[in-house]
Design a protein around this ligand. Structure first.
Ligand code: AMP
Length: 395
């Protein structure tokens, strides 16, 4: 029975892999933009959702960042809006996303995919003055990408009307909840017209998320890609047992003995991130941190330098790193293990994207053994232990 099942699974995968963008019935200006990005084929989430979205269906999508989910909703939204002229200057599509970085990235993607169309878009988020955002809004915007706080703020000030909304996207719903945005999200949803298309994406689907989805979606098509374990399996993972006090030296040792162009290093706290930057810089290693206490400009600069290879090591806390889009990120270091096992998967999901090989290593001290157990239970296997390193802490 297993062989039979495997055969049909692999047949399904081959079929998915063979689907082309042409078969998704996207219009030429969008296809041209996608080709210019060098995308050969739609990713599984794109193959599974784009046709339904084009048919006007609601979507309940279980997909992580890195699966191509932004294009999965952005491409059909562009096509649907392009097919009908705007009735007025009000927002036609709203994409609600938890972080500033994600809002900026989604807008960049929409700009790229919609470069041959005339649709107007803007990302709005807190932490910057609202002047430029409100001026653009008053001129008329088709697609608004927003974080919940700034959106509600500008709605209250009368700069945004959602009465003509045609499509609503809730992106990274689980992270919205983690970050305490549930009430804001509900408030936004209560202002949306009942007659609309809704697309709901979340990396995980616990009960609270399903409940929230039920209040937003109507008869959705359910789509899931790359369950946690299979994403994780693409990435070479290992664990180093090490005393807490030796972690920085071990990191420096790893940086000296591995050759990746870029390393994303996770710490649990903002303070820990800053401290580590100082220690690495002192050791002659270019490093910077992104976290919530940094200004928007400082975060953008660090991310830009990192993407442009001017910075070898970027240190991030989980919230700051959520959703940051770095093509070709080969190496993730869990300097401290996360206490929530799913966070481990989110972290290492930054690497091994689009089928590229990725490496993720984790430093585990004696106080983190329970965290490690939780992670191994979630991913379903024991992380191989690297013991030939100078700070080996025998376990
Ligand atoms: P996302 O899950 O939306 O964060 O996308 C992850 C990365 O995959 C981004 O860098 C996209 O530019 C890229 N991407 C999206 N769709 C495709 C595709 N069909 N082929 C190759 N890369 C893609």
């Amino acid at each position: 029975m297993q062989a039979q099942q495997m055969k049909s699974e692999s047949a399904k995968q081959v079929k998915l892999r063979m689907t082309t963008f042409d078969e998704l019935h996207l219009i030429k200006p969008i296809l041209d933009a996608v080709r210019a990005e060098g995308y050969d084929r739609p990713t599984p989430i794109q193959q599974k959702t784009i046709p339904h979205i084009l048919h006007g269906r609601d979507i309940l999508g279980c997909a992580q960042t890195g699966t191509g989910k932004t294009a999965a909703f952005a491409l059909p939204i562009l096509q649907l809006l392009n097919a009908n002229p705007a009735r007025n200057k009000n927002i036609r599509a709203l994409i609600l996303t938890p972080t500033r970085e994600l809002a900026i990235q989604i807008e960049e993607n929409i700009k790229t995919y919609g470069k041959h169309l005339k649709l107007k878009h803007i990302a709005i988020f807190g932490g910057v003055t609202q002047g430029r955002q409100t001026t653009a809004l008053q001129a008329g915007i088709d697609i608004l990408i927003a974080t919940p706080g700034r959106l509600l703020d500008l709605m209250q000030q009368g700069f945004i009307s959602l009465t003509s909304l045609e499509i609503f996207v809730l992106d990274e719903a689980d992270r919205m909840l983690d970050m305490g945005f549930i009430h804001d999200v509900k408030k936004v949803v209560s202002k949306l017209p009942l007659q609309r298309q809704s697309l709901f994406f979340s990396a995980t689907m616990p009960d609270t998320i399903i409940k929230l989805a039920n209040t937003i979606l109507q008869n959705p098509v359910e789509v899931a890609v790359t369950p946690v374990s299979s994403t994780v399996e693409l990435i070479t993972q290992s664990v180093y047992f090490v005393d807490k006090k030796d972690k920085t030296n071990l990191l420096i040792d790893v940086l000296q003995h591995t050759k990746a162009p870029r390393y994303l290093v996770f710490t649990r706290t903002k303070h820990g991130a800053d401290k580590l930057v100082k220690q690495l810089v002192k050791a002659g290693i270019q490093a910077a941190a992104i976290h919530g206490n940094k200004s928007q400009n400082a975060r953008q600069k660090a991310l830009g330098d990192f993407k442009n290879n001017l910075l070898r090591v970027l240190i991030a806390t989980d919230i700051a790193a959520r959703g940051i889009d770095i093509d070709d990120l080969p190496f993730v270091v869990n300097y401290e293990l996360p206490t929530v096992p799913e966070t481990y998967v989110h972290r290492i999901g930054r690497t091994g994207r689009a089928g590229l090989d990725g490496t993720a290593i984790s430093f585990c001290d004696t106080e983190e053994l329970d965290d490690l157990k939780g992670i191994q239970k979630l991913i379903g296997f024991k992380l191989p232990v690297i013991s030939n390193h100078p700070y080996n802490h025998k376990k």
